[in-house]
Design a binder for this molecule. Structure first.
Ligand SMILES: [Zn+2]
Length: 300
């Protein structure tokens, strides 16, 4: 049994209400739970909501060192299967950024296999940082994009060196979102942009599906809403310039497989239709409106 530690809220208060409680299934291979596409959705731990600031977070959780090691060692071959879909999602994100700034130096924190960097390189001079040694190497090999291995803080980038810093599906995984955001602000130029995509715990589908919502995962430590994320970004000195729901493109087969964690009443009929029409590979844009996309500007 791995040691779990109790954590206070990011606001400093230690007073919460338990929302969902599905104890971690901690086995010798538990680090596999940190993989982005883990199928083990059900044992996501105990999720609480702070009574002061309404932030939702996992408490207790694994020791930080185990989490860091989990990401450093992670390999996720399944992620590659959805390559074309990930590329399309990446182009949607680049499209959102281009509305605010065309050109300049762009850093992606948690660049995974490099799909976003590859999409962004057309418009920007790109750099990636990735904790997983395997993913960083894959991105360098496959796309030839510059990716540094390790945490953002370890890179010791100079003050104000980047025009844009991106975090796509990253902030919900990190042990200290405040430290990460502060570091992002430090390395942004005055007027530079921070781009964040993360699941929205106050979305309609999260409220309807409750403990069965896809966003609840063992690898997620913080569950932001538009309000709690906006509060945090403003507190560290950033100005929100865009906040909206975010849709995804995936193959129908992938969507059907994700629906498996929902009641049979929901996923069986959909699977039947997909199977009958033989459209597993067909791409489809679905805005489930349960992720959100924020752009925040560094004052200056
Ligand atoms: Zn709080």
């Amino acid at each position: 049994m791995e040691p779990l530690k109790h954590v206070p809220c990011l606001c400093g208060r230690d007073d919460y209400r338990v929302l969902y409680d599905r104890p971690y299934a901690l086995t010798s291979d538990h680090l596999g739970d940190f993989l982005a596409t883990t199928d083990r959705f059900e044992n996501y731990g105990r999720i609480v909501r702070c009574r002061r600031c309404a932030l939702v977070y996992t408490n207790p959780r694994l020791e930080d060192s185990l989490i860091f090691r989990g990401y450093a060692d992670s390999r996720d071959e399944n992620y590659v299967e959805e390559a074309s879909n990930r590329s399309i999602n990446a182009h949607i994100s680049v499209g959102a950024l281009r509305r605010f700034r065309k050109g300049g130096r762009l850093l992606e924190v948690g660049s995974s296999l490099g799909y976003f960097l590859n999409a962004a390189r057309v418009d920007y001079e790109v750099t990636g940082v990735e904790a997983s040694r395997w993913a960083a190497e894959e991105a360098r090999r496959k796309f030839g994009v510059p990716v540094k291995t390790g945490s953002l803080q370890e890179q010791r980038f100079e003050d104000g060196g980047f025009d844009i810093v991106c975090q796509i599906d990253v902030i919900e995984h990190v042990t200290d979102p405040v430290a990460l955001l502060n570091e992002c602000r430090r390395i942004l130029k005055p007027g530079g942009l921070l781009y964040v995509v993360t699941p929205d715990i106050d979305s309609l589908s999260a409220m309807l599906l409750r403990g069965k919502w896809w966003g609840l995962r063992p690898a997620h430590l913080y569950y932001f809403s538009r309000r709690t994320l906006t509060d945090l970004l403003e507190k560290i000195g950033l100005e929100i310039v865009l906040a909206r729901s975010f849709g995804r493109i995936f193959s129908l087969g992938y969507w059907a497989s994700r629906l498996k964690s929902y009641p049979a009443l929901v996923h069986r009929p959909i699977e039947r239709v997909i199977s009958l029409l033989d459209v597993h590979e067909k791409l489809m844009y679905i805005n489930t409106r349960d992720s959100m996309e924020l752009v925040a500007k560094k004052r200056g």
